[in-house]
Design a protein around this ligand. Structure first.
Ligand code: ZN
Length: 360
């Protein structure tokens, strides 16, 4: 029999992009409240434009294109405050995710310099502050650099993360597909500086990019975590590096299937088998729950139902996500005891069906 994680067990979502995490109806409201001319007057057409679906191509570029409208709509202080607030509180209500680490590139939210970067960042933090006043949660923000950006722009993103670190920016990331103009070695000093200021480091690697680049990232940037990293399963040397350094992989199964980085659940079965055999630590995340129409609990449930992860391994992955969080006060949240949850279901969040009815 497959056991599902008790819904009372709190979870940490370590890999979640703001551009793919806001419920489409809220996104629609934000667009209209700012007078943005939406490309269609039909809500359902709009919903299809910003969400992945089986009808849509499964490709990495196709997935990245979905962000065009979401990033544009989120490009103002008002939109950022509401978006962050809705994502971190929604994750708690829907899935008892008590820590969402929400990532975005502030430079992709300022309309090419038209909006002031600090206003955008302060608004995101205001959204987070409001959420923490209302709910027992500890979210954090991660700033994404982009492989397609020149070094000078990425450097500004890191400096902003350092400036706002005391207020709730907890880490930095590098996103975007491999690019010929991007050289990992150029970032060594900058990342060391970020680390000195207490920022956590995660880097998208071993996803659409090669395992060689992932090994280089591990060697030169010394990240605490790697976004995806599934390609490591094919390279014992990279898995040994992960094990020795205790680097945690943020695995987002549905995302990898949507982008065709992984061919199917059977390949995932093999990938997790390699991680098990090689002592690689991992957390389960969504990458973007609304765009990909999946929650962490759905990911865990599928992995459990297919027998890819045992119940104990699901618990382990949930614990790893909390232990590997960059948010400093996560340990101050009420600690969870499995036995209590099994004895007391009063505080269980709603089921997916109940949530969808309520949020519709
Ligand atoms: Zn990602």
């Amino acid at each position: 029999m497959t056991h599902q994680l008790p819904r009372r067990m709190p979870l940490a979502e370590l890999h979640c992009h703001l551009g793919s995490a806001v419920t489409p109806s809220i996104m629609w409201g934000i667009a209209h409240s700012q007078g943005i001319k939406t490309p269609t007057k039909d809500y359902w057409e709009f919903r299809d434009m910003i969400t992945a679906s089986p009808k849509r191509d499964h490709s990495f570029d196709g997935y990245l294109q979905l962000f065009h409208w979401t990033e544009l709509i989120q490009s103002s202080p008002l939109a950022m405050e509401r978006s962050v607030y809705e994502v971190v509180t929604g994750a708690y209500r829907k899935n008892n995710v008590t820590t969402t680490e929400l990532r975005f590139n502030p430079m992709k939210r300022n309309r090419g310099g038209e909006q002031d970067l600090d206003h955008i960042i302060a608004a995101a933090l205001r959204g987070m502050d409001r959420a923490m006043l209302e709910y027992p949660i500890r979210p954090g923000l991660i700033f994404c650099l982009d492989r397609a950006f020149p070094f000078e722009l990425n450097e500004i993103v890191v400096e902003k993360a350092i400036t706002w670190h005391d207020r709730g920016v907890v880490g930095i990331d590098i996103a975007g597909p491999e690019s010929t103009s991007f050289n990992v070695a150029d970032y060594r000093k900058l990342f060391r500086r970020a680390r000195q200021f207490g920022l956590g480091i995660t880097v998208h690697a071993g996803e659409a990019g090669t395992v060689e680049e992932m090994a280089q990232v591990l060697e030169l940037l010394e990240p605490d975590r790697i976004g995806h990293g599934v390609k490591a399963a094919y390279d014992p040397r990279t898995m040994a590096m992960l094990r020795e350094r205790g680097t945690v992989l943020e695995i987002c199964p549905t995302s990898n299937l949507q982008t065709a980085v992984v061919s199917g659940w059977e390949e995932f079965r093999w990938i997790f088998e390699q991680f098990r055999l090689n002592g690689v630590k991992y957390a389960i995340s969504t990458d973007g729950p609304e765009m990909l129409r999946t929650y962490i609990r759905d990911e865990m449930a599928t992995l459990g139902r297919l027998g890819i992860l045992s119940y104990e391994e699901q618990v382990q992955a949930a614990e790893t996500s909390i232990a590997a969080s960059f948010v400093p006060q996560v340990s101050k949240l009420p600690t969870f005891v499995l036995a209590d949850a099994e004895a007391d279901d009063r505080l269980e969040p709603a089921t997916r069906e109940e949530v969808e009815r309520e949020e519709a």
